[in-house]
Ligand binder design. Structure first.
Ligand SMILES: Cc1cc2nc3c(=O)[nH]c(=O)nc-3n(C[C@H](O)[C@H](O)[C@H](O)COP(=O)(O)O)c2cc1C
Length: 160
C-alpha cells in the first residue's frame, strides 16, 4: 500500500488549530481552579482586534473609527442600531471564545439562562441588553457530553 503526503496550508500550527477548534469542546462543568484576571486582560488584548463594523460602539467612533467620526449618523435608527450591535457583539463573542481557548481556557457559551436574574445582577444601564453568557475557566474533565456532529463541507459550502 502506498502513502501520500499532504501539505497543510496553515498560518499557525496544526496543533494550534486542534486547540482552537478540532479538539476544543464546549464545557458544561468547570473545575475549582481560579481564573487569573491578568490573563483575562491578555485575552482582551488579543480578541479586541477581531474585526467588527467600525470597531463597534456608535458613541465612540471618534476613537475607534477616527477617519470617519461622523459615521455615527448611520446609527440614528434605534432598531437598526440594535441589529448592528447584536451582529457585531456576536462576532466579538466568537473572537472571545477562540481567544480564550488560545490562552488555555475552556469556555461554556449559553443563551439558555435566567435572563431577568442575570440582567438584575449585572446590567445597571437600561441601555444594555443581554446577548449571551460565556462561562470561562478550566473544564471539569469528568463531566461532558459526546461531541455532536457537524454538517459536511459539501452540504454547507457553495462556490459561486
Ligand atoms: C451562543 C451560544 C449559545 C449556547 N447556548 C447553550 C445553552 O443554552 N445550553 C447549552 O447546553 N449549550 C449551549 N451552547 C453550546 C452549544 O450547544 C455548543 O457549543 C455546541 O453544541 C458545540 O459543542 P461542542 O463544542 O461540544 O462540539 C451555546 C453555544 C453558543 C455559541
Amino acid at each position: 500500500m502506498g502513502t501520500m503526503t499532504v501539505t497543510l496550508h496553515t498560518a499557525i500550527t496544526d496543533d494550534a488549530i486542534d486547540t482552537l477548534f478540532r479538539e476544543a469542546r464546549t464545557v458544561v462543568a468547570f473545575s475549582d481552579q481560579p481564573v487569573d484576571r491578568a490573563v483575562v486582560g491578555e485575552i482582551f488584548e488579543s480578541f479586541k482586534y477581531g474585526p467588527t463594523m467600525m470597531n463597534n460602539f456608535h458613541e465612540t467612533l471618534s476613537t475607534t473609527f477616527p477617519h470617519a467620526p461622523n459615521a455615527g449618523k448611520m446609527f440614528q435608527d434605534r432598531e437598526q442600531r440594535g441589529y448592528l450591535a447584536r451582529m457585531n457583539a456576536s462576532l466579538q463573542m466568537g473572537y472571545f471564545i477562540i481567544a480564550a481557548r488560545a490562552h488555555g481556557f475552556d469556555v461554556g457559551p449559553m443563551t439558555g439562562y435566567n435572563g431577568p436574574a442575570i440582567a438584575e445582577r449585572f446590567l445597571s444601564d437600561g441601555d444594555q441588553d443581554l446577548l449571551a453568557v460565556v462561562a470561562l475557566g478550566y473544564a471539569d474533565e469528568s463531566a461532558g457530553r459526546p461531541r455532536s456532529p457537524r454538517l459536511p463541507f459539501e452540504q454547507v459550502v457553495e462556490f459561486i
